[in-house]
Design a protein around this ligand. Structure first.
Ligand SMILES: *[C@@H]1O[C@H](CO)[C@@H](O)[C@H](O)[C@H]1NC(C)=O
Ligand SMILES: *[C@@H]1O[C@H](CO)[C@@H](O)[C@H](O)[C@H]1NC(C)=O
Ligand SMILES: *[C@@H]1O[C@H](CO)[C@@H](O)[C@H](O)[C@H]1NC(C)=O
Ligand SMILES: *[C@@H]1O[C@H](CO)[C@@H](O)[C@H](O)[C@H]1NC(C)=O
Ligand SMILES: *[C@@H]1O[C@H](CO)[C@@H](O)[C@H](O)[C@H]1NC(C)=O
Length: 520
């Protein structure tokens, strides 16, 4: 079976040629103790995917990353008039239209900024280019924490003067003015398109809270409509004003990071508890009206910003209330408990109930569980976890996906409570290098190719394949198909697009493929 498959594959691939316009540099591969490699970059060398121009109808591009070591390896192939006869056929069904893509990105935490700025100016520039430039993977979304979180080196908010209900002493921190804001400006300057920033707060100032502390179990004092809730809403407006003074405007806001953390558990780091009823009433009485009467009325407000396990319950409580729902645009999702929260009954049900509210991934990272903690340089398993979750989300109405810290150090920090995790880019400042993890390429297979405004369309798969895939028509009319093979076997397949013909392809064992083609 595998012998004949290999024969078919080599026949099919005979038509493929490596495209010489591929990114100018190749991956400087380094193997640590994991199943795959990282690509090492320094101030003068970094592999990059390069600008992508699609060939004329009749040809297609494919980009391959694999456990065996391919990293966005570009090839050009010929579309064929006849079926290649492979058992597995993926048919594009453009008449079935679903959600439009908003975008992909990561978070500019204090720790990410510290790590990026620990490199030489040349290596910093290289790293930012990797994420944001047209030669890089073209992130267009950045999550910006409002004040400190666990990925900070100290505890602070922007209004730590007790009793300052008028927020007269509200001020941004040095982390904002010296690190995050300058880096966001540099990222924007490298990007061909406007970046969409969204902000999330981890905690209110301690003097507004029942527990009088930034960490642990506690919520706002009083009730929605009371001065504490009004002040907390004004804090968001003041944040937007201060960033605007630095010429940075925000596409979105969340109602706060992981509201269940400060409600149900005694978290060891910054948290602010909200029950969904409290969140609903705070939006209806305080945050919604404050935003609506400010210059920031168009800012997209996302509720939840927590595990999708809470859906559709959380959405029902908030969005069935017309007073709150009128101020809300979307629902933010964290990926951590996705394995116990089937997509259809969480995302699918929520979309069916509230199709006018977008679903959007606001946080995800690897290395967060106690049995699988911290940085693993070169883990392909983690790349597959990312790609699989993104594909599942996209196939269930989600419009984008935001990774957690844009960069961490080799210990997975800094993190003031030692909640160390993994990141798509790991910085080793002692050698002035950074490592692009396999997860960086998982993100790339989506962020580089699924431009804002791309629309998901249907696919139908012949046979019994448990293949993971998602297809899109991009704003320029071209098609993009992402395929994940998590098995040990190479799987030949063909794509059938009735407007152009058959695209012969093959998914190597443990690989991610993006296929792109013009349709007219
Ligand atoms: C940067 O990396 C390239 C490729 O590995 C290497 O040839 C070059 O010497 C490195 N530069 C420095 C300053 O280490
Ligand atoms: C395509 O198939 C048809 C009929 O099955 C055959 O006549 C024709 O030669 C084939 N074309 C090519 C290019 O193989
Ligand atoms: C603002 O901070 C100063 C000291 O930094 C303090 O004296 C003053 O009382 C504060 N104002 C308010 C309204 O809290
Ligand atoms: C903001 O932009 C204006 C006009 O483009 C410019 O004059 C000003 O210096 C900028 N301010 C900052 C803080 O970057
Ligand atoms: C919460 O945890 C802290 C230690 O992080 C502890 O001091 C405190 O007593 C705990 N509070 C509750 C209510 O369990």
């Amino acid at each position: 079976m595998r012998g004949s498959a290999a024969l078919i594959v080599s026949v099919l691939l005979a038509g493929l040629v490596t495209d010489t316009r591929a990114g100018s540099e190749s991956c400087q591969a380094r193997m640590f103790s994991q199943s795959s490699v990282v690509c090492e970059c320094n101030a003068t060398h970094c592999d990059s995917v390069g600008r992508v121009t699609l060939p004329a109808v009749g040809h297609y591009l494919s980009f391959l990353s694999s456990e065996a070591g391919s990293r966005l390896h570009r090839e050009q192939g010929q579309v064929q008039r006849n079926s290649t006869g492979t058992a597995l056929r993926i048919t594009l069904v453009p008449e079935q239209k679903y959600q439009h893509i908003k975008g992909f990105g990561g978070a500019m935490t204090d720790s990410a900024a510290i790590n990026i700025l620990s490199l030489s100016a040349g290596a910093q520039d290289q790293l930012l280019r990797q994420y944001f430039s047209p030669e890089g993977i073209e992130y267009n979304v950045v999550r910006v924490p409002m004040a400190s979180c666990d990925f900070s080196t100290r505890l602070y908010t922007y209004a730590d003067s007790p009793g300052d209900y008028g927020l007269l002493n509200f001020s941004l921190a040095e982390e904002d003015t010296h690190m995050k804001i300058p880096l966001l400006h540099r990222a924007q300057a490298l990007s061909a398109r406007p970046l969409s920033l969204f902000a999330s707060a981890w905690t209110a100032p301690s003097w507004l809270k029942t527990n009088g502390a930034l960490i642990g179990k506690g919520s706002l004092k009083g009730q929605p409509g009371d001065k504490e809730y009004k002040t907390w809403a004004q804090y968001y407006i003041r944040f937007l004003e201060e960033y605007e003074k630095h010429n940075l405007s925000f596409w979105g806001l969340t109602t706060g990071n992981e509201p269940t953390a400060g409600e149900l558990t005694n978290y060891s780091f910054q948290a602010l508890g909200f029950r969904p009823e409290q969140q609903r009433d705070w939006i209806a009485m305080d945050l919604g009206p404050a935003l609506h009467s400010s210059r920031y009325a168009k800012t997209r407000l996302m509720i939840l910003d927590d595990q999708r396990l809470l859906l559709p319950y959380w959405a029902k409580v908030v969005l069935s209330d017309t007073h709150a729902a009128r101020y809300v645009h979307g629902i933010g999702l964290h990926w951590y408990l996705d394995h116990v929260a089937p997509a259809k009954i969480t995302l699918g049900t929520t979309h069916d109930l509230y199709p006018e509210y977008f679903l959007f991934g606001t946080e995800a990272c690897s290395g967060w569980t106690s049995f699988d903690r911290g940085v693993q340089l070169g883990s392909w398993k983690r790349a597959e976890d990312y790609a699989s979750d993104i594909i599942e989300d996209l196939n269930n109405h989600v419009t984008g996906w935001t990774d957690w810290n844009l960069a961490l150090d080799q210990g997975g920090g800094p993190n003031w409570v030692k909640n160390f995790v993994d990141s798509t880019i790991i910085v080793d400042h002692s050698r002035d290098v950074f490592y692009k993890q396999p997860t960086f390429y998982s993100m790339a297979h989506f962020s580089k190719f699924l431009w804002e405004g791309s629309q998901r369309v249907g696919v139908s798969t012949s046979g019994h394949s448990a293949l993971e895939s998602s297809a899109f028509i991009r704003p320029d009319g071209s098609a993009a198909l992402i395929v994940l093979n998590r098995s040990d076997a190479e799987v030949p397949f063909e794509v059938w697009d009735q407007t152009v013909g058959f695209l012969p392809s093959s998914a190597p064992p443990h690989s991610i493929l993006t296929l792109l083609w013009n349709r007219s």
